[in-house]
Design a protein around this ligand. Structure first.
Ligand SMILES: [Mn+2]
Length: 582
């Protein structure tokens, strides 16, 4: 994740007239550019929709507003149930298929004074997962080694060279975090050298698995009820099983990895993040405070857009600072001097990373001629290709393939992002004959190509995307007067924290009765009074004061925005923060 926020949404509006079909591109508050396409559906689906939300309303005993939001998620009964249940969800480590064998092997290693190494990854998830286990062993009185691989020298995942080094140093147990499930060669090498490897990971795997000592992986554990957890949360579960207790600070680190790896905020992930945000606010951990900076609060947004990018920037530009230092930084007994220095460095590297991304992104955008981005350059830093791909896919809701061209090796190292409807994982498997290496999930992945296949791979993407319908996961919920009350809006807090897989709802209000329009801050912002028969609202449209005259001419307008409660001198009022007007 990163800080440049661009998002686009496709909005289905039910039961509207076809002539309303329109496209609008607008800028909204907080510098986010929405590139919004409005698709109007007039097929009687309105009736079906209203029946669905009424079913939800009856089944879960919720108000009409909450029912409409729940309906928009399209989740099945089990997920809706857990969303509405205030009970904390936490699935026990024992539910992992090889939990007991793993704990036994680690116990044996501790008793025999074996040398143990934690092998992580260079992203936020991998760095914090490593920290979680290193801290855990420290608390057990065991000094372990650890390694955050260098993106460019080591590459992703455990490799043969590092295994050989560890063998020379006398290590006999390696525990991988956030990687390992595809480390065939390295694990084979470890076995030959008498090193056992415990793989803890959350990445996709193909049919074959390496010959590891044990695996801790939700997708290899039929009993484990929820599959989409981060590498850091997997590591946390192992840590808490070893410590035989929960640990507030390590729990918070696991929550950051859930956000940085964009895990869906449902089931135990939602409980984790919700509780961790509370702990962070109460405990004010120095390591997190320093990265958060001044005057900010802990929210899913600040974790995702302020803290995580700073941690990630070390791995992207390791020539500026070795990411291994971050493990020391996050340990509970980190010296203050080190913390000050590292957090300062984090700010500097992150700024540098932002500048590089923006420069190259502008260049990449100039080259777009087709409904996806396929772009390579020798000048784009290998560490930021994923950021450029991510930025493009968020802005245009279309797949992207961005590559660094290595002039010495004459290969292309790329990162890809996609949207619902086009699985990268699937696509890479189907075209693996063209690729030197590939990996990832359905919406994000990495790949390596040689020169010879640069054009043919491009053609494969064109071919594959020709007949595919891509769609966005965001939607706008149409509501009306009867859904609007302070109590109804307050009830939505039951769904927080909002984030990936649990987005803050965006509403459409049609024919809004505007009774008064005025501007704030010298004409900069727009404010309006909205008076329905039974309820009054205040509408705020930041940075759009210029629209005041236009609205005064109209009697009724259609608004899209988020709803919130404003409290002033014990008086509660309803605000709609407007994102768009039609
Ligand atoms: Mn991960």
């Amino acid at each position: 994740m990163e800080t440049e926020n661009t998002l686009s949404v496709i909005i289905p509006v039910y039961n509207a007239k076809p002539e309303l079909l329109e496209r609008c591109i607008i800028s909204i508050v907080e510098g986010i550019n929405i590139n919004r396409e409005m698709i109007v559906i007039d097929d009687g689906s309105d009736k079906i929709k209203s029946k669905e939300y009424k079913n939800i309303q009856e089944k879960y005993h919720v108000n009409s507003l909450l029912a409409k939001v729940l309906d928009s998620y399209h989740y099945d009964h089990n997920i809706l149930e857990t969303l509405l249940n205030p009970r904390l969800i936490y699935h026990d480590f024992a539910l992992f298929e090889e939990a007991e064998m793993t704990l036994d092997r680690i116990q044996e290693a501790i008793e025999n004074n074996e040398k143990i190494c934690i092998y992580g990854d260079y992203d936020c998830d991998g760095i914090l997962a490593t920290t979680i286990l290193v801290q855990c062993f420290l608390e057990l009185g065991v000094q372990v080694g650890y390694h955050i691989p260098n993106r460019f020298h080591d590459g992703y995942g455990l490799n043969v060279e590092r295994v050989q080094q560890m063998a020379e140093k006398g290590y006999t147990l390696i525990i991988t975090v956030d990687n390992g499930v595809k480390a065939f060669e390295a694990i084979e090498c470890a076995n030959e050298l008498g090193i056992d490897v415990i793989v803890t990971d959350h990445h996709q795997f193909d049919n074959d698995l390496p010959d590891a000592c044990t695996f801790i992986h939700t997708k290899l554990s039929p009993e484990y009820p929820f599959k989409e957890i981060s590498g850091g949360f997997v590591a946390y579960k192992l840590a808490s099983a070893l410590l035989q207790k929960q640990d507030k600070y390590l729990y918070c680190l696991a929550a950051i990895t859930t956000i940085s790896d964009m895990m869906p905020l449902i089931d135990e992930n939602r409980s984790l993040v919700k509780k961790a945000l509370q702990f962070m606010k109460e405990e004010k951990y120095t390591s997190l405070e320093l990265l958060l900076g001044n005057q900010q609060n802990y929210t899913t947004t600040t974790l995702g857009f302020t803290i995580a990018p700073k941690i990630n920037s070390f791995g992207r530009l390791p020539e500026l600072c070795n990411p291994n230092i971050l493990v020391k930084y996050f340990l509970k007994n980190a010296p203050m001097e080190l913390m000050m220095k590292v957090s300062q460095t984090a700010n500097e590297i992150n700024t540098k990373r932002q500048t590089l991304t923006n420069e190259q992104y502008t260049l990449a955008k100039e080259k777009i001629k087709e409904p996806f981005l396929y772009w390579a350059s020798k000048d784009v830093h290998e560490g930021i290709v994923g950021l450029i791909a991510g930025k493009y896919t968020r802005e245009f809701e279309k797949p992207s393939f961005v590559m660094h061209y290595d002039t010495n090796k004459r290969i292309y190292k790329g990162s890809a992002r996609s949207v619902e409807g086009f699985s990268l994982h699937q696509f890479f498997i189907e075209h693996q004959d063209q690729l030197i290496a590939y990996g990832g999930h359905s919406l994000a992945g990495g790949f390596t190509l040689d020169e010879e296949h640069f054009h043919s791979f491009h053609q494969c993407i064109q071919e594959s995307l020709k007949d595919i319908e891509l769609y966005s996961s965001s939607s706008v919920i149409q509501i009306d007067e009867m859904d609007l009350s302070v109590a109804n809006i307050q009830s939505l807090s039951a769904l927080e924290p909002f984030g990936m897989g649990n987005e803050e709802p965006l509403y459409l209000l049609k024919n809004v009765p505007v009774s008064k329009v005025y501007t704030l801050s010298d004409g900069k912002h727009l404010k309006m009074d909205i008076e329905y028969k039974n309820v009054k609202l205040f509408g705020l449209f930041f940075n759009h004061g210029e629209k005041a005259e236009e609205i005064k001419q109209q009697q009724n307008v259609d608004l899209i925005g988020t709803l919130s409660i404003n409290e002033y001198r014990n008086q509660k009022s309803i605000n709609i923060i407007i994102k768009d007007m039609i």
